[in-house]
Design a protein around this ligand. Sequence first.
Ligand code: ADP
Ligand code: MG
Length: 875
Amino acid sequence: LLVSRGIVEAEGAKAGGAKAYYVPVKRPDRIQNQRIELPVYAEEQQIMEAIAQNPVVVLSGETGSGKTTQVPQFLLEAGYGDPDSPNPGMIGITQPRRVAAVSMAHRVAEELGNYGHTVAHQVRFDTTVSDRTRVKFMTEGVLLRELAADLLLAKYSVIIADEAHERSLNTDILLGVLSRVVRLRQKLSAESPDKHRPLKLVIMSATLRVDDFVKNTRLFRVPPPVLSVQARQHPVRVHFNRRTPAPGQHVHEAIQKVAKIHRRLPDGGILVFLTGQAEIAYVCKQLRSLFPSEAERAAAAKAIAAAAAQSRAATSNALEASVEDEDLDFGDADADDFEPGSDAGSGSESEEEDEIIVGGDGDADAEARRVLLQENLRSAPAVGDDACAPLHILPLYSLLPAEQQLKVFAPPPPGSRLCVVATNVAETSITIPGIRYVVDAGLVKEKKYDAQTQVQSFEVGWTSQASASQRMGRAGRTGPGHCYRLFSSAVFNDQFARFSEPEVLRMPIEGVVLQMKAMNLDNVVNFPFPTPPPRDVLEKAERLLTWLGALDDKGRATALGRLMSAFPVAPRFAKMLIVGQQHGCLPYVIAVVAALSVGDPFVKEFHLGEDGAGSDSDNDNDADADAAGAEQPVSNAALTAKEQRRARRRKYWDAQAKLAGAEPTSDLLKWLSAVGTFEYAGGTDAACSEYFVRPKAMGEIRKLRGQLTNIVQLYCPGVDVAMDPRMAPPTRVQQSVLRQIILAGFMDQVAVRGDIAGYHDPDEEEAAARRRGLHAVPYMTMWSDEPVFIHPESVIYIAARSSGSMPQAVVFGELQRTTRLWAKAVTVTSPRWLATIGRALCTFGSPLTYPLPKYNDARDEMTCYVEPRFGPRSW
Ligand code: ADP
Ligand code: MG
């Protein structure tokens, strides 16, 4: 154990100290034997002493050394969380990823034997917390929301901020706030020790790169000690590809590499790093067909025997029918038609470059190095598939249901080899036992954000050198291993950044700024961020919040702002829910907000015949970024498949037109009508197929509607809204008011025809647009001079095709950049509304007593009782 600063005296201090509190945990022998092997286990005493002596401790250690599973148990055994101990407050552990919060809670509960029931998890929409809970695993977002309600975190005696090296936005905010909470609790406990206890903060990181926390004196006045656990790391031989595959080809390369390893190299698990759910599902499926498991082989043999027993005609009918079924089942988790690039390149394989061997603990590993050098894919003889052991193939990504995620920890069936195909969730959050081979595509899918245009997108790009070496390290945990990098060393050296950039520099932060304001952390510009975001980004977030009415002129949270911050949704959505309480619109607003939070519920047109996988959005700040639907090239499959697909496409557009209604004015109203129609049809998978919506999205929307309904009832007493999944279609008046409510939430995301803004000649434009299809009409936004265009899938075009003209002004839910800047989730709005909703009409009263707005049903105008200060450039 390396101790960088002054805790060496701690041992002496302890000897004379009071007897430590001890909680009698009885663990199963199997578990206890595993624990003893973990590097962290040997350091229990030092770690606990450091925590006892210091308000803040940084613990760094190689992934798999036992930080996440053991440190909470050390604390529990020392009495933290025990109601009768001096530290009765809970042990809170924050995780950037839901997967980790849930699976680590499971594991620690299992390890704690007779105290297992004291462990719980809480992630958004799912909690097992009870009054017996002493150890609580949660996402960072959950703790941030708790901080808004109780800045002192009185419920907790210690907070462990795990995976701090990932530098998620929430980690950074949390550490900033926690640094102050720790100080405050220290002060209070010094003043009145019977009422307050100090709060301990443990920052855990997989890398030693902790200077942003330790050397930042604005964050911690006294630099916290850094404890570093040394884990034994076996040597890993790194093999670079000689050539870097063309974009999209990495998937084929990965499959081939796994196949070769499995056929030619000795036992040991394989871990493949790819970028997202769709790719992973595709690779798993391909690998399963190459290497069927025993059960699958048996099933296939049985199916063949059964088919042979039938007449030929019957057989072919049955086969066709089964193909059809599979095609329609687009909610299934497996992507059927993912075809990365053409097949042309798949036969050619990149040769490997010279290899290097990394890591290893000196002489002891000389033998291991020799073995590593001998093992070589190129020289090893090929073995036929039939001679292969079965390959036990498992996917791992953040949206995978918990029980499936947990499968990766179980040993593979006897005689088979484990192969996990994962996103970067397997990089540090989760350690999979028995991995000996890593196949790394070197890519990561990340949320990118352009603060200037407010455009958010998911992009696949090279990961950093630091995370590539984390991935490599996964192969050297149980013994010497191999890491196959599907890119060249030149690309690695020239195009990979050294480290990934902290998320705070890449994300929209108005939600977090509002949370901070509601916690009376008014001075966000001077907030002790580990890495401060650019001043202008913070100022921009404050401006948007001011327009939404959440902040006053002095930048303090208004009553509306506080009310908004209590809603666990983005500030825009919170405002829509609040102003949505009129004209009987609330149930619809709730459904629209739920749909906006979940993301476009429709199967993408280009996914027809696929599963629509990869377009589920994840709203828990999950850095896994599975949310991006990777646009995949259209298949060059057989003709009949093409015809089937064409028919499906027609059906798709018919369904879209039906949902859009007679005079379509809004994509969001189309989503609303999809939700309503789906629920009226019984909410079944068949109803999903009929309307081309994803069952998973529909399930999430229903769940979110229930929760939003509860939230509105909780925070807006007197509002009567019941959750009934089925709702009658909104009336014309309600549709009009709904569009205004949408405007109230997205008033800064208005796009007006270029001509209105004085840039273009409207007649000329429309004529040109008609010649080229209506997609060519440019709109201007207030954020930049770059024109935006309404996305071709928008319902706006259905109306425009018959009227021949495009709307003057629209509100958009998001901008997406592909060949152009596309406005998506678009709603037609009126310049008249802009004037009304953008101008002061009423003031907002106290959140608990404000009267419901009076309205006149005869007028289709929304009652405006929030005052936005807003002046778009050209109106
Ligand atoms: P760290 O946080 O330092 O990366 P962990 O505490 O997560 O390390 O993991 C310690 C060990 O516990 C690892 O070897 C890992 O394989 C094992 N482990 C973690 N979760 C499970 C589980 N659910 N089942 C079996 N083993 C697990
Ligand atoms: Mg960990």
